[in-house]
Design a protein around this ligand. Sequence first.
Ligand SMILES: *Cc1c(COP(=O)(O)O)cnc(C)c1O
Length: 379
Amino acid sequence: MAQPPIPFNHSAVVGAEYDYIREAMSSGQIAGDRTFSRKCQAMLEEVLGVRRTLVTTSCTHALEMAALLLDIQPGDEVIVPSFTFVSTANAFALRGARLVFGDVRADTLNLDESKLPALITPRTRAIVPVHYAGVGCEMDAISALAGRHSLAVVEDNAHGLFGKYRGRWLGTFGSFATQSFHETKNITCGEGGALLVNDPRYVERAEIIREKGTNRTRFFRGEVDKYSWVDLGSSYVMSDVLAAFLFGQLEKWREVQAKRRTLWDRYEAALAAWAAKLGARPPIVPAHCEQAYHMYYLLLPNLAMRTALIAHLKSRGVMAVFHYQPLHLSEFARRWGGRPGDCPVTESASDRLLRLPLFFSMTEDQQKHVIESVTTFRS
Ligand SMILES: *Cc1c(COP(=O)(O)O)cnc(C)c1O
């Protein structure tokens, strides 16, 4: 009998999520900044050593907070990779920024630091590196360049939680980093995120922006006797019901990481030789990067072969999916004058990349079926 389809992603209960949600519900306090939000934040601050962590409604919203914190104004320029999720750019476009799209490196598909100097103008305010697939960007070069030009660095670390670059946690390099706990990410609560604040000058204002522009966080700590409207802001606070789920996952981060590593390594061992024969290539992880095991992908030789492989896998009940379309060529970004050929590596990778199923509850049998399905593909 054919086995049931193997999804690309499936979120699983990995620890005490149900117990913690019940605990939050029965406490009668399920708005934000209650017990479980604080536990999540304290845990991330302790493990990563960041100055302040604020859990948010999403990574998109954490990026919007970063744009507000940097006072991005109409006409300011912000450099983002073209090969990323739309939120990386949209959060800054909302403040009126002009988005400048950088190409990515051919090996890691991370922002190509060697191409950044040519993109910097007197209006540039920030660089937003994305640690694609949980493999660190070249943060030494990016930080040095940003320092020379007085630019802020905001790490979009949606893929990279608990990954490292030269022994240092991803998310600890920029003034800010943003995390996603969306269903598709390593650690999840369905929809959610976090803003990591590394620069202490921004801590108080980050709390205010997240609380609708009020100093309610200080009021809760007993530092002021009433709270009022003091700045711009919005509603970026995560409900404690979701934080309860999230804490159940965060407590088990080592197990989650270890399981994903086992799956990733098994793909690598089984597919590297096959890929070489077909002219495809597996992910490249530089020796100085400890990856977060977010994704296993194959770069096929061309679009036709990727389309054929997707169809072949689908016929065998395996859901493999492509990834980002180049942002500089998107309908919305055309206003900034992007043209085909501006980001050749992005444009090529976007047509050729295929992501294989990889999720915590994936069984060895399921993975064997995926591997067998891939290796029986003949172009
Ligand atoms: C998932 C993702 C986001 C958005 O995360 P949400 O929590 O869904 O808002 C942003 N950037 C990258 C690189 C992502 O992968």
